[in-house]
Design a protein around this ligand. Structure first.
Ligand code: ZN
Length: 393
């Protein structure tokens, strides 16, 4: 382990070069193939076995430690939020790198590869095996489709620990923030603003809905939030629009609080529809409302006392960094919601502006501590006595 730690520090320039190279391969939502191929090539170069791309597009390779022990999936996500055609060339200024996706999650992919490289090259012996993985569809509309596919496959019962490296700094995310998102469309025949006046108006209905949703009360503990993030509709100022649409995002650390919020929002939507109809009792024109689900992410918590969280806390102590426990929405949501031992950890460095075009990652003087932290975590876990399958640790 001492050799592996030293290698990660010595080899840091190579780690950074790899982060740049991966980032410059575009990986828009649902189009992660090219970056997946590059990731698989790296796994092959490191001598991993059983390298495959599953039906969903996840890339998985296996590293055997030499003796029986737990199976740990060490993963990062291949996809970015940026659409096709985004300029992903990386600008370097000293230790600072700027490019869309450079931190989220090219840092994670690079840390996963660096940890694997250190273990292979210094011949770290460990019990069990590590499934080194690049997942697809973590962001937005991807709705965690990659990790969902893994936990819908035969693999799910053989994974004892799931680690996602996603984010910068040294946090440990053990609480999965759940989310429910949908697109709501109000529709009617529409018409002339003067000539057809007196009929239900889809835009007015949507306005009523937003006003009611805005006033919904949510608990601050567990933190529960809502947002109307997109509104669309309208043809001209003198047209009763035939359509209006809005997209709503709701989140909570508690599934119970989230579903309670969802019920309130749906009630607000139905009330808006009936209020707008009631406003024009003499109109025979229809007004409809459709709710299309965009994404649902389950919520849950890996207890602080569980071996996987404790392994992370201990790893941070060994490396000499502070690792706060956090709540977020990441690939770990899926295993956490299934009661499996999972956390998401940060990959070191300092990140800014994730999901924006001027996203940056600064390795500063001690970025190598990110892979050291993850290596130590994996090492600690390989020595954990795994509880019988099916029990929540
Ligand atoms: Zn991410």
């Amino acid at each position: 382990m001492r050799d592996a730690f030293a290698l990660l520090e010595r080899d840091n320039a190579r780690t950074i070069d790899q982060q740049v190279a991966l980032c410059e391969i575009p990986a828009p939502p649902f189009k992660e193939q090219a970056r997946g191929v590059a990731f698989a090539k790296e796994l092959a170069a490191l001598g991993l076995t059983h390298i495959r791309t599953d039906g969903e597009g996840n890339v998985i390779g296996e590293l055997f430690g030499g003796s029986p022990g737990p199976t740990t999936m060490l993963s990062a996500h291949l996809d970015t939020v940026f659409p096709e055609g985004t300029d992903v060339r990386v600008k370097r200024e000293g230790t600072k790198l700027t490019a869309p996706g450079i931190g989220d999650d090219c840092r994670g992919l690079t840390v996963v590869l660096a940890v694997t490289r250190a273990m292979v090259q210094t011949k770290v012996k460990f019990p069990g095996r590590i499934l080194v993985t690049g997942t697809v569809g973590e962001e937005g509309a991807g709705n965690l489709r990659g990790v969902r596919a893994i936990y819908a496959s035969a693999l799910k019962d053989s994974i004892d620990y799931f680690i996602s490296v996603d984010g910068t700094g040294y946090g440990i995310t053990n609480r999965g923030v759940g989310s429910i998102r949908y697109r709501v469309t109000f529709a009617g025949p529409g018409g002339h603003s003067y000539g057809a006046f007196g009929m239900p108006n889809p835009i007015h209905a949507m306005g009523r809905a937003i006003a009611t949703v805005s006033d919904v009360q949510v608990p601050s503990e567990p933190r529960t939030t809502f947002n109307v993030g997109i509104v669309e509709g309208g043809r001209t100022v003198n047209t009763i629009s035939d359509k209006a649409a809005m997209e709503v995002d709701m989140r909570s650390e508690s599934w119970e609080a989230l579903t309670a919020l969802d019920a309130k929002v749906q009630a607000a939507l139905r009330k808006a529809l009936s209020d707008e109809k009631a406003r024009w009792p003499n109109s025979i024109v229809p007004l409809t409302m459709t709710i299309d689900t965009i994404g649902i992410r389950a919520a849950g918590t890996t207890p602080e006392s569980s071996p996987i969280v404790q392994a992370g806390v201990a790893a941070a102590k060994t490396v000499g960094v502070y690792a706060p426990l956090m709540a977020s929405s990441t690939d770990s949501n899926v295993p956490i919601s299934l009661g499996k031992a999972a956390i998401t950890v940060d990959g070191g460095g300092l990140g800014k502006g994730a999901h924006s075009l001027d996203e940056s990652y600064d390795d500063r003087t001690d970025g190598y501590k990110g892979p050291q932290f993850v290596l130590m975590l994996v090492h600690n876990l390989s020595r954990t006595k795994v509880p019988p399958k099916g029990l929540v640790p």
